[in-house]
Design a protein around this ligand. Structure first.
Ligand SMILES: [Zn+2]
Length: 93
């Protein structure tokens, strides 16, 4: 899954070189979390910021508009959920 890039696109955020990669992104819709993988992105070597081209952004937007139909999911994963409620003590205690 190695994608070679002809020209290195500088990071719009910090100006450092980016490289082409396949990434995952997680999108919340209310209480429902969906994960999209195999997302082609330019990833900054310095700040790890990820940038998608228009085609990719559009594809994600379309999935989002469809409400991430479960029937279209390629697989499901078990996600661990952590709470800070027991970690962060309320002020004054
Ligand atoms: Zn950067």
């Amino acid at each position: 899954m190695n994608v070679e890039t002809g020209s290195a696109v500088p990071c719009p955020k910090c100006g450092q070189p980016t490289h082409q990669d396949l990434v995952k992104t997680a999108i919340w819709q209310g209480e429902r979390l969906s994960v999209v993988e195999d997302v082609p992105a330019q990833v900054c070597d310095n700040c790890m910021e990820q940038f998608y081209d228009d085609t990719t952004t559009e594809a994600i937007r379309r999935l989002s508009e469809q409400g991430f139909p479960p029937g279209s999911a390629t697989r499901e994963i078990l996600v661990s959920v952590f709470s800070l409620a027991n970690v962060l003590t309320p002020e004054g205690t």
